[in-house]
Design a protein around this ligand. Structure first.
Ligand code: ZN
Length: 147
């Protein structure tokens, strides 16, 4: 089987057997979100080995491919499920952080983003109001700022 065939198979297998699995796959974990990321990353690494001086990525790519297969063929379904849950939780945190950065960038022209000196909570204060007394919505600390 060539690499494309392998990756095609990786992509089309689902945990829990939503489609009929071949006999040798029975009781094995299959592919989850984390598996899709590791197999895609391995493909990217293997493609990047074509770029001069990036040949070392061959090792990374092969390691990621081996990891993808090892997880896919694993019979420790609970363990693999936990790994995927950890990955999804991390992804969620990353997404929320990114959304905050985006909201901040969008509001920068009209609002100041301040941190409370008491509890460190972030708050949004409209610009151009002169000196204002700000009360932290979470710990009620008051402070005066020019905005
Ligand atoms: Zn506060």
């Amino acid at each position: 089987m060539n690499l494309r065939g392998i990756l095609h198979n990786l992509r089309n297998m689902r945990p829990g057997g939503q489609r009929p699995l071949p006999g040798w796959m029975r009781g094995r974990y299959g592919v989850d979100q984390l598996g899709r990321v590791t197999s895609t990353a391995s493909l990217v690494c293997l493609l990047l080995t074509l770029v001069p001086r990036l040949g070392f990525l061959l090792y990374v790519g092969v390691a990621l491919l081996a990891l993808s297969y090892w997880r896919m063929l694993s019979r420790n379904v609970a363990g693999r499920y936990r790994e995927n849950a950890t990955y999804l939780a991390y992804l969620g945190r990353l997404r929320r952080r990114w959304d905050r950065v985006k909201a901040r960038t969008a509001g920068r022209r009209t609002h100041h983003f301040l941190r409370c000196s008491g509890c460190g909570a972030e708050m949004k204060v409209p610009r151009g109001k002169g000196k204002v007394r700000i009360t932290c919505p979470s710990c009620k600390t008051q402070f005066v700022r020019k905005v």
